[in-house]
Design a protein around this ligand. Structure first.
Ligand code: NDP
Length: 501
């Protein structure tokens, strides 16, 4: 039988007794010199780190991405070359709920992937929806505040949510998805993932292409109705954690097909919609899906905190052959995600094993919290600035990407003027069958319950502009819910396409 290791203090000294604190006499008080007790209590006080301000409740697992398609003419990224196999870790989440929130809530699901490539970590930090509620990052904190608790009541506020949404018509597309069947998935094995932002690919010839990343569940879609979810939450708050963890333990490894849509660089000037607007999709008919691979999740974390809570994803993590785009939301997230991790985990958060690239790292950042790598990462104690004569790391010109062609006068352009916020939600609405539409109406009515009439009217006017059946369907569901009749209104179709339907 193997001998158990000796228990020690954090300083390595053996602990003689872990059952009894030191007291002055059998019935006396504990002594301040019981350092072992003090250390234990002090550590317990520090077990929690700040939870994420957004996406606090999460679930994740390790896996592998395998590339089977060939998009080598678009990108030099090694992770995307045919046959490449790359280890990865995924973290899924709800948006608004705190760490202890129930899993089975109607909310967008975060869908974050970290690929440990041979050229550094590549993170795709997306959602289970291809679009988002806002298109300008200056509105992001406002939006999130409407989803979180009211500062006075400390309760969630449907009034705040619908007030903001009804004053921000760009949210209509995402609101429609959120209130549809896909807004309340049974778990994360049965959802799609979307990189959501437009990124770019670039090749050895220095050509740039715009790209959207999609991950299609191979388990199929599964959702709950509000009533089903209420029953689930009555039994367990951890339904998604249980589903994902148990499936992987049983060897039922979930898989997703990876697809891309690719747009030639100059097309971005021609599309009727702004292809860098996060509230819009690229229609499949214009930019068809290209299958490029599959990822599989096949290993649970040994320690949830170390590997899932500590996992730090940032859209700023790209690798040569993959680039950014003018998407304003992406540009802001490039800053804010890494910044959130510096706050939450510490300056050198990429030193935590789950965040460490699997290749050597060589940079000149110094000191600061969690510098556990021996001072500097340059390989020579005198090489602590650059350039230097001591063999310190140097640049890699081959990683230089082609210029991101951007022109225009710096101004605060009004993104609500001349932007069509209705056609794409209409295309989605028209995809729903009668049952899906009825559930959409009743989900919205349930979410709107009790909000001021003025806000309700303002939001109904947006639904009317998507489709007359949409607004009137919600009126019907609201009337049924609270017994106050809201007569159907006659809406003049606002587009020739709508008139034809
Ligand atoms: P298509 O008819 O070619 O595509 C429709 C897509 O909608 C499907 O491929 C599917 O995307 C998605 N979809 C199907 N049912 C639902 C549902 N119940 N809830 C949410 N999404 C659903 O038309 P378009 O490409 O022109 O898109 C039409 C509308 O479909 C868009 O305005 C958008 O709302 C929605 N959509 C479009 C996507 C895109 O990238 N073009 C992606 C997702 C949704 P998937 O295969 O990803 O499941």
């Amino acid at each position: 039988m193997s001998k158990n290791p000796t228990m020690t203090t954090t300083a390595g000294a053996p602990i003689p007794d872990n059952q009894n604190s030191i007291t002055a006499g059998e019935r006396g008080p504990v002594l301040l010199q019981d350092y072992q007790l003090l250390e234990k209590l002090a550590h317990q006080n520090r077990e929690r780190i700040p939870e994420r301000a957004v996406h606090a409740k999460g679930w994740g697992a390790h896996g592998t991405l395998t590339i089977t398609g060939d998009i080598s003419k678009f990108t030099k990224a090694k992770v995307l070359q045919p046959g490449a196999k790359t280890p990865m870790i995924a973290r899924f989440s709800t948006v608004a709920g705190e760490m202890g929130a129930a899993d089975a809530e109607r909310d967008v699901r975060g869908f974050s992937l970290k690929f440990y490539t041979e050229e550094g970590n590549w993170d795709l930090v997306g959602n289970n929806t291809p679009v988002f509620f806002v298109r300008d990052p200056v509105k992001f904190p406002d939006f999130i505040h409407t989803q979180k608790r009211h500062p006075k009541t400390n309760m969630r506020s449907p009034t705040a949510m619908w007030d903001f949404w009804s004053l921000s018509p760009e949210s209509l597309h995402q609101v429609t998805i959120l209130m549809s069947d896909r807004g309340l998935p049974t778990d994360v094995r049965h959802i799609n993932g979307y990189g959501s932002h437009t990124f770019s690919l670039w090749n050895d010839a220095g050509e740039r292409y715009w790209v959207k990343f999609h991950f299609k569940t191979l388990q199929g879609h599964k959702h709950w109705t509000n009533e089903e979810a209420e029953k689930v939450i009555g039994k367990t708050r951890e339904s998604t954690q249980e589903d994902l963890f148990n499936a992987i333990e049983k060897g039922e490894f979930p898989r997703w097909k990876m697809q891309v849509q690719i747009m030639p660089e100059l097309d971005a000037e021609k599309t009727s919609y702004n292809p860098f607007d996060l509230t819009k999709v690229w229609p499949h008919s214009e930019y068809p899906m290209i299958d490029i691979g599959v990822f599989e999740l096949n290993r649970n974390a040994d320690n949830y905190f170390a590997e899932i809570e500590n996992a730090a994803y940032s859209p700023s993590n790209i690798v040569p052959g993959i680039g950014f785009s003018p998407d304003k939301m992406l540009q802001a997230r490039i800053f804010s995600y890494a910044d959130a991790h510096r706050h939450r985990l510490g300056t050198h958060y990429e030193n935590i094993p789950v965040n460490q690239p699997k290749i050597p790292i060589a940079h000149y950042h110094r000191d600061g919290q969690m510098n556990t790598y021996g001072g500097i990462r340059t390989g020579h104690p005198d090489a602590y600035y650059e350039p230097n004569s001591f063999g310190g790391p140097v640049e890699a010109p081959s990683a230089k990407e082609p210029p991101l062609r951007i022109s225009g006068d710096a101004a605060r352009y009004n993104h609500r003027i001349g932007n069509d916020d209705y056609s794409q939600p209409r295309a989605l609405f028209n995809l729903f069958d009668a049952g899906q539409k009825e559930r959409l109406f009743s989900n919205i009515a349930a979410a709107m319950g009790g909000i001021p009439r003025e806000i309700e009217e303002r939001q109904l006017a947006h639904f009317d502009k998507v489709h007359p059946d949409y607004g009137n369907g919600v009126r019907r569901a609201l009337s049924k819910a609270d017994g106050t009749e809201r007569p159907a209104i006659s809406v003049t179709p606002n587009t020739p396409q709508q008139a034809a339907e």
